[in-house]
Design a protein around this ligand. Sequence first.
Ligand code: MN
Length: 729
Amino acid sequence: MPEATNYYKQLEADVNAAFPPEEAALVKRAYDFAYEAHRGQLRRSGEDYIIHPVAVAKILLQFGMDYQSVIASLLHDVVEDTPVTAGEVRRIFGADVAQLVDGVTKLGKVPLASREEQQAENLRKLLLAMSEDIRVIIIKLADRLHNMRTLKFVPEQKRRDTARETIEIYAPIAHRLGIRPVKEELEDLAISYLDPVAYGEIERALEEQGSQRKEFLDQIKQKIGERIRTFVPDAVIEGRIKSVHGIYRKMYMQGKSFEEIYDIYAVRIIVDTVGDCYNCLGVIHDMYKPIQGRFKDYISTPKPNMYQSLHTTLLGKEGIPFEVQIRTHEMHKTAEYGIAAHWKYKLGVKDKESNRRIEKGIGWVRQLLEVQSESGEVADILNTIKNDFVSDEVFVFTPKGDVICLPLGATVIDFAYSIHSAVGNKMVGAKVDKRIVPLDYKVKNGEIVEVLTSSQPGKGPSRDWLKIVTTNEARTKIRTWFKKERREENIVEGRQEYERELRRNNMNPTEEQAQQLVTILSEKQKQPTVDDFYAALGYGGIILSKIMPMIREEYNKIVSAAQKSAPKLKKAKTVSGEGVVVEGIDNCLVKLSRCCNPIPGDDIIGFITRGHGISVHKRDCTNVPRDIASSPEPERWMRVYWNTSEKQEFYASLLLTCIAGDKLMNDIFTTLNSIHVAITGINTRATKDGRLLVNVTLRADSVEHLRSIMTKLSKTAGVTSVERSGADI
Ligand code: MN
């Protein structure tokens, strides 16, 4: 493969310098594998796809990552974008590499999910993988960095979406991990795509004042260097320009003018020991006038991303402010590489202290996953990163001296919830620097915050707190409390809302269908029970209007299935009313027709009436056509049977023709009494020829029973004939 090796040349020297030969050989093998897998695929720029994984690998080599990370970066898109399977990667490159590749591979399309939901699910997967192996996120950040560098080839809409996702999610993650150069480059690139006009203006402003400011900065560097080196001979002095995004935020979000931004230029002093850091600070404050309230000691209280440094802002000769950062070499590595410094400086993943620091550095990942699993909503991960991981932070202390980092503007309630949900939920007040403050008090840098709690049962947060808190974490935890503690109310409210909404949308399921529908919906919404589904509607965890199209779809499925199920059951024989089995229809309404009063044993047939179920006639009833096939509506006649397994009583009408006589009625009653027949009706009519017609309606339990009744009656004195009559005379 002569052409395949071309791109590898970009890595070869770095790989061979960084890894022993056997590891380097594996990296080369991964490259060849990726090259083959992506062969023929092009990037939007028109270049071979392999350019991208190679560029990502290059970034990881610059970070000083280990060979497994570099291999995984070469393979990071093969499972997602080529026919190569995760199993193949595992077989050839081992479980560790396969796990890394899987961590950066997106989930397959989640059906029915919105773009936001997909994004949140993918992010959750990434965070889970990252909590297992932190290298996953470093590969992902490098991947994103190269995609952002080449984003100009992507169509407008996708470009904006990717840039937004980068600035809202990936840059904050890079910030939390302390990988400053990546965070800044991601932000600057994102701004250049999202707000190209402002980006251009800032670049121009930096350029215009550039030479002038550079001169100013060089002078200061020189002066500081002269003084410092008399105390610390090998101190390193650097100058640095703030990132475009940092300036952008101050200008457009805090409304400052370019001139008002102090730390566009910063001087950095790097020394060997912590003691030297404080010595340098003293020297600098002696040389220039420090600006009040701008001194920050991140050495004694490191940022949660492990950043350590002394910051101070000073006034230069012409009244131009500038920032000075003082730190040790060790701190500087952490400031530049964050969590990745553990690989870069061969601290080794197996090193205990290193592990402890990595653990500490990703504690927030676990916390984030916990908040999400408590609330049950994946979107909370997105919202927490977007809202709570901003660069404008305040650092406050617990009474025990632990540092808590909160976004600027956070209140004492946010503080309480960042300690623990239980602390927030029991909160009744707060003290800042030992003084009681109101609950909407916004904490400031360096303050000691104490949460006052009550153990009184029934105590909980107030709904008003939702309007006070600024962190997503606190908001989620408060909502979760209401969700759990107000469950009964939520169920009732949710159920009412749900039923109201069904009616409004003209969905009128039968009771059985309604049960079926709500069970399906609960499953689809991943609610363990129907009550949980109602409760989620009640507290707003599930938004009814959002799932309405899905409800409509499921409802239609159930209703059409019910209609289809009728012919499907054609062969099944089930008993309907009146002891009649109707072929193919389950539990339908059955009426024995009054024209012929069929009773068990009679040959019968059913007729589908309009709206009154099936009327059952004797086969020889005058209302039944002789030849059904050629009758007007043959499809409405259907076969029915008596259910012989079931004893049931029937009504029959008998017409007795009698010779009138004084004792006639008495004899008839005596006969019927003797065989225990219940008479439900009787009437008589005299004919012109002197005979008496007696119509008796009685209960019989079968045709045999009726026949025996008829025989007895016909033997009764005065009765000349007995026959079944259709109806009353
Ligand atoms: Mn990629």
